[in-house]
Design a protein around this ligand. Structure first.
Ligand code: NA7
Length: 548
């Protein structure tokens, strides 16, 4: 343990805490594995600082009703330890939040990670000291730590976006953001609930809230596609199959653009007849899950191809939802399928057939204010006891910019990124030596099954630090031309897809007022990205400046 603020020097003064080899910010999926790699594989002195009072990151905070991962459980896990893979048993096709949190706690205990994690400790600032070649880190409690490497493992979806709607402070009821949900849960019994937001989260929470609330009003700004998740308990046969064939499953995940364990069909939408296509979509609908995107290789590249899936999915909404007005609002979708993060659901559209659920179209009647009694749109006031903000996150950059990170010459990360995030491989920023960002913008991150993206980044960073140690290299940072060229590649990869066409997507930062509109994740696919990172490393860390 580092001894910050403790210990007495011989002259009675507090001894300065020893400089760490590495300081990691965040104890979620990435921070835990990064700690394990640097401490147990490289033998470095490492500490993790974590704002929460437990491990889990995203899964510590997102405890809202229906919170569940959209990746299938047997792929939503670490793959670095054969023993861990063999001993852990998932219970359902998609893991629910409590189960993922149990898993991450198990990992923390199994690898004895807690002794190097300081909980309830938020990093407020990190300044690079060029003379000493060290990062000086300050916490919310005013502690100061120094470290050679600073590694952010802060998650991509961790800064809650609570829209600034006038009057929120006057609301007499209770309000909650799904990403900051109370640990004891919320009792909706007998309550009139308003939910703002119909992204992946809102689509999961609405059906569950509707079960216990007296009444639920869903306030929809942008209509969204959704495919049934078809969640179910895992059978003993499937569990055995996963354990027996995991190396193959892992190969499939690592070879895929999206890190999932399903094959993306190598056929165009237009290679088949309309009848065959319909049958393929029907089968994918029945099977459920994110796999729907894998039915054809060109769904996210060609608008004409995408239109066929979009029409199929809108048709399903029309089939399920009985009230014609509600059905029309829900199926009035203005962007290509999967151009925004495609949700999967359990009974989402069917929820609107319940007598205690109503839908409000915010495109037609925008919210004007929150009043003491509820929400007022341009049309009328909706009296509410509870407001649920399922309004998403300041994604990918929010958490990084919230810390005051300053690099060489006092340059702030927020200043360096005024026009949007700029880095090399999503890993490092010019002017910020020895700072690594796990699943930073400019890497596949949220376009990939997250644990796959995380393991690749953590292992790359670990290998890089090992290389530096072995070659007595003290400092690494990208060369400006490498960073500029990477940004061009990130833009080109996005523009080769339909993803930038969803103008209001959080991939573009469009959900946060004032945020620069830049397509942030690398859309060229995880497998290709992994290849690029490996090549860069084997080519002597091409594009990075390393100095002794
Ligand atoms: P998302 O996907 O960002 O969804 C947020 C939803 O909230 C979306 O429907 C937004 O509408 C809506 N929203 C946001 N701000 C407002 C305001 N001011 N008024 C009305 N409606 C608003 O967040 P999620 O938490 O659902 O999902 C995040 C990711 O977590 C998900 O993609 C998975 O990767 C896991 P909009 O579409 O912006 O018009």
């Amino acid at each position: 343990m580092i001894a910050a603020g403790s210990g007495e020097g011989s002259a009675g003064r507090a001894a300065p805490p020893p400089t760490l080899d590495a300081l990691i910010v965040g104890a979620g999926f990435s921070g835990l594995y990064q700690l394990y790699c640097l401490r147990d594989r490289l033998g470095l002195s490492v500490e993790v600082l974590e704002a929460a009072d437990g491990v889990g990151g995203t899964w510590y905070w997102n405890r809202y009703p229906g919170a569940r991962c959209d990746s299938e459980s047997h792929t939503y896990c670490y793959t670095f330890s054969k023993e861990l893979l063999q001993e852990w048993e998932w219970t359902e096709r998609y893991p629910a939040q409590p189960e993922i949190l149990r898993y991450l706690n198990h990992v923390a205990d199994r690898f004895d990670l807690r002794r190097n994690i300081r909980f309830n400790t938020r990093v407020t600032a990190a300044h690079y000291d060029e003379v000493a070649n060290l990062w000086r880190v300050t916490t919310g409690q005013g502690e100061r730590l120094t470290t050679k490497f600073l590694i952010t493992a802060v998650g991509c979806l961790s800064t809650a976006n609570v829209p600034r709607i006038p009057g929120l402070e006057t609301f007499r009821g209770r309000w909650y953001h799904t990403g900051q949900w109370p640990h004891g849960g919320v009792d909706f019994t007998g309550k009139r609930v308003g939910q703002i937001g119909t992204g992946s989260t809102g689509i999961q929470s609405a059906p569950v809230i509707a079960e216990s609330a007296a009444h639920l009003t869903v306030f929809q700004r942008t209509a969204n596609y959704s495919v049934p998740a078809r969640n179910a308990p895992l059978t003993p046969e499937f569990k055995r199959h996963v354990k027996e064939t995991f190396p193959e499953i892992r190969r499939l995940m690592n070879g895929n653009p999206n890190g999932h364990a399903f094959v993306i069909e190598d056929r165009s939408v237009f290679d088949v007849t309309p009848e065959q296509r319909q049958a393929i979509y029907e089968a994918a609908w029945k099977r459920g899950g994110l796999q729907f995107r894998a039915t054809f290789r060109d769904l996210v590249q060609s608008k004409a191809a995408n239109d066929t899936a979009a029409e199929f999915l809108k048709g399903k909404i029309r089939e399920i939802v009985k009230d014609p007005k509600t059905e029309a609002i829900l199926s009035n979708i203005d962007h290509p399928y999967a151009a925004k993060r495609p949700p999967i659901d359990t009974d989402y559209f069917d929820t609107f057939n319940r007598r205690n659920v109503a839908l409000v179209d915010l495109r037609a009647t925008p919210i004007e204010a929150i009043t003491p009694a509820g929400i007022r749109t341009s049309d009328k006031e909706y009296p509410l006891d509870i407001i649920v903000f399922a309004t998403g996150f300041d994604a990918l950059t929010g958490q990084l910019l919230r810390m005051e990170i300053r690099g060489r010459d006092g340059l702030g990360l927020a200043e360096a990124w005024t026009a949007g995030p700029r880095n090399y491989l999503g890993l490092q920023v010019v002017g910020f030596p020895n700072l690594f960002t796990v699943t930073g913008p400019g890497s596949p991150s949220v376009l990939c099954n997250m644990p796959v993206a995380i393991e690749q980044h953590v292992e790359w960073i670990t290998d890089c630090i090992a290389h530096m140690r072995d070659h007595a290299i003290e400092r690494i940072e990208p060369r400006p031309e490498a960073m500029n060229s990477w940004i061009e590649q990130v833009n080109a990869a996005a523009n080769a897809t339909l993803l930038p066409l969803a103008a209001h997507s959080w991939y573009l930062g469009a959900n946060v007022p004032g945020k620069p509109r830049v397509f942030m994740p690398y859309a060229g696919g995880m497998a290709r990205y992994r290849g690029i990172c490996n090549e860069v490393a084997t080519d002597g860390y091409r594009g990075f400046a390393m100095s002794r």
